[in-house]
Design a protein around this ligand. Structure first.
Ligand SMILES: *[C@@H]1O[C@H](CO)[C@@H](O)[C@H](O)[C@H]1NC(C)=O
Ligand SMILES: *[C@@H]1O[C@H](CO)[C@@H](O)[C@H](O)[C@H]1NC(C)=O
Ligand SMILES: CC(=O)N[C@H]1CO[C@H](CO)[C@@H](O)[C@@H]1O
Length: 447
């Protein structure tokens, strides 16, 4: 078919960035059949995403990930991010030119991960709209937008009290500087990611619209503030509620195991996402807490991490615990047996938990996770942040018992159901997210 419009989609191929961008592109592609979406992503990330695409108007394209060619990359996650950023934007420029040549259509809009700040310049040069997609929550975007004020506030704080409340940022009154993504601060040895994020903050004013996989009603004060700062601040999510999840196979037997328990809200589900394994001493503390409480648990844990669990743990708990190397997380959270989610506090995990009314126990590791976890506990009232930010035996037992057995835990469950109601209303045909999605179609030129 002849396409009328060509949208260049540039992904950041690490962590859980590319999947929510593709979820958004799928929604757009379904609403704009005469637009071609070139989804430019690293081959490795592309391979994990691109099987189930049933859309003729989404084409995957590989971008060089910056790793030395012809040899397998063996470095750390952070090294991989650094190499990729060094190869940008040249790698993307090349992929865009190829996409244009093959389709015979020039790019009419750049829809990109917000981290890829240089897309703002690329769009400006081409005279087309730049639409950055922020893959996290509005609270963390706000913390970046206020970088200058935060840095000044810290400079004016006495050394003895380095932790400062962010009372000057609308909607972040309950947050302190200790909760912030460390990438806000550019020390002498700033990481490539910190430099990238600070450049993003500089470039965001060039954007035609900023898009988020969230909903306005979760943080009305932050929403109002950011709407005043961007020409189009568009919360279009949660995607998981806006478009039905694809059917999955239960190859690790999680859903049948949950079904066999047949007790609502009785199971603790544990997962720290695709990148993180907690340190060994914390894994041991978590194991001791699980053995003491004896709530049924389902743990998505990599094989290499199982090896570092305390001796005999697996055997001692196999009557009430199940561990798997891969788990269909959205379907597990949606299962009525699941009563709590022990998580790193990544935004996608939090959204999935809200969509399924499951309260959270957060042990944040990096990036925006601490800020998200603070919001979970002190703004949204839908869970707890582990004491001291790390797993200890007594602190973890306390969190588990609180969520699973107390009035306060029941209140958090009620709060998360109320939030889910707001999210469902947002993606309803007349809801805020649906209206914002229509606006997004207009901005990219598909309406
Ligand atoms: C892709 O999906 C199809 C159908 O869902 C499945 O049969 C096939 O095994 C998958 N291929 C890969 C490489 O995952
Ligand atoms: C539930 O939400 C209400 C209203 O936001 C809040 O006042 C309350 O503290 C929350 N409950 C818990 C247990 O966090
Ligand atoms: C351009 C492209 O589609 N690259 C790869 C993306 O991932 C799929 C699935 O693994 C590969 O078949 C493609 O070659």
């Amino acid at each position: 078919m002849a396409f009328k419009l060509h949208i260049g989609v540039l992904a950041f191929p690490f962590g859980t960035h590319a999947a929510p961008l593709l979820a958004l592109v799928r929604r757009l592609a379904a609403s704009a059949p005469d637009a071609l979406f070139s989804f430019i992503n690293s081959a490795a990330s592309n391979a994990t995403l691109f099987n189930a695409t049933a859309f003729d108007n989404i084409r995957a394209r590989d971008v060089w990930d910056g790793a030395p060619r012809g040899e397998p990359f063996t470095g750390s996650h952070f090294e991989a991010v650094g190499l990729f950023l060094e190869a940008s934007p040249g790698n993307f420029e090349m992929a865009i030119r190829e996409a244009e040549r093959e389709s015979g259509l020039e790019i009419g809009c750049l829809l990109t991960d917000a981290f890829l700040w240089f897309s703002g310049d690329m769009a400006e040069k081409r005279g087309v709209p730049w639409v950055p997609f922020w893959t996290a929550a509005s609270c963390s975007l706000s913390s970046h937008v206020y970088t200058d004020q935060i840095v000044r506030a810290i400079e004016s704080t006495e050394k003895a009290k380095q932790e400062k409340a962010l009372s000057f940022i609308p909607g972040l009154e309950m947050v302190t500087t200790a909760d912030l993504p460390p990438e806000i601060f550019l020390g002498n040895n700033a990481s490539p990611l910190a430099i990238t994020i600070n450049k993003m903050v500089e470039h965001l004013p060039k954007s035609t619209a900023v898009v988020l996989n969230s909903f306005e009603e979760i943080d009305p004060i932050i929403t109002k503030d950011l709407k005043s700062k961007f020409p189009n601040f568009l919360n279009v999510g949660p995607s998981i509620l806006a478009s039905p999840a694809a059917a999955i196979s239960d190859e690790t037997g999680c859903l049948s195991w949950l079904g066999g328990l047949n007790r609502p809200n009785s199971v603790v589900y544990i997962s720290f996402g695709t990148v993180i394994t907690p340190p060994e001493n914390e894994l041991a503390a978590l194991c001791e807490a699980l053995e003491t409480c004896r709530f049924p648990f389902l743990w998505s844990i990599k094989d290499h991490a199982v090896k570092s669990l305390p001796n005999g743990f697996v055997d001692r708990t196999n009557s009430f615990g199940k561990m798997v190397a891969w788990a269909p997380q959205p379907q597990i959270l949606a299962h009525e047996s699941v009563g709590a989610f022990v998580t790193h506090g990544g935004w996608n995990s939090i959204l999935e938990s809200i969509a399924s009314c499951v309260p959270l126990i957060c042990r944040p590791f990096f990036g925006d996770q601490k800020l998200n976890s603070r919001m979970v506990q002190d703004s949204w009232g839908i869970g707890v942040l582990v004491e001291g930010g790390v797993f200890t035996k007594s602190g973890t037992i306390e969190c588990l018992k609180e969520l699973m057995t107390t009035e306060k835990g029941a209140k958090m469950r009620e709060n998360v159901s109320l939030l889910r109601k707001k999210a469902v209303a947002a993606v309803d045909s007349q809801g805020s997210s649906s209206k914002n999605f229509d606006k997004l179609l207009e901005v990219i030129g598909a309406r």
